[in-house]
Write a protein that binds this ligand. Sequence first.
Ligand code: IDC
Length: 346
Amino acid sequence: MNDNRRYDNGSVYRNSGRSSTLRWKLLVGLMALLFVLVWDTAPVQAAKLPALKVKGAQLVNARGKKVQLKGVSTHGMSWYPEYVNQKAFTQMKKKWGINAVRLAVYTSEYNGYCTGDASNRKALEKRIDQGVQYATKAGLYVIIDWHILSDGNPRTYEKQAAAFFRKMASKYKNHTNVLYEICNEPNGGTSWETIRTYAKKIVKTIRAKDKKAIIIIGTPTWSQDVDIAADSPLKGYKNLMYTLHFYAGTHGEYLREKAQKALDKGLPLFVSEFGISDASGNGGLNKEEGSKWIKFLKRNKISYVGWSLCNKEESSALIKSSCKKTSGFRSRDLTPWGKWLLKQFK
Ligand code: IDC
């Protein structure tokens, strides 16, 4: 008796179940369609991340709270464009715990922006644009890095730099998450005076379009002589920071002392690139020195960005050369440096 009733009720439920399941499926389908449509057509939320400011020597948010950006730099985007993708950026934000990414645009080496042809420039600009969009969607701050290196003196390609940053600043003036790094590492004996002259021009160019974005200015000797820059920083502009780079296999206490001197003079520092290999980007890792650096950066709330997101056979690459994936990285895909860096982000 009980059993029959159960069967009876069961069949009634099954009948009405069928039509309500259908209704549910339709509803879910419709919602999914709507979601896809909205997702696809929604403009990138350029203003999602609050704009940052510089207060004294410190990077702060709109409420004046200290901010430390932590992130990863691409290798040259002509060399390793495949790592600039949405999945990788979103994974690095969600799983690695980074809040910033740096897009390295070499000016001179390997299809550099200034040495390649017009179609190469176009391709690089497209890649930057994709990088900015992916970073924005992932909720990351993004640094557009004018990566001078073998060209040594930023004035070598000053005209190109001005045109480039004019373009970038008008494109991204409403992206509160974009930062501009105007000369990666001046070297070859280029003086601070020369860099300063260059910086004044480029800052002026950017400010004509974008009144507020953070601008990071390179310093002499591969962005190490921050103490010298601290004696005569640029005047008359807000939100300027100065580049400090180190590779812990080569640079230790003496460079931290220079950085301390700069901080004591009130210079806002930004470590837009570092590693714990030697300065060539290769050789053994110095984790002990690396930890001393991280402590120093943490104590002074200085932002830092690790070099580099690629699988090149060199110890400063984050991904093992045997790993061909360009997203969805697992711990076993990372080099010893990659594993070490991820620990610092946590
Ligand atoms: C290195 C790359 C290497 C590439 C070389 C080009 O790791 O694969 O062949 O550039 O010259 C820097 C520079 C950065 C260097 C890095 C390691 O900003 O471009 O990348 N480094 O040498 N400064 C100190 C170290």
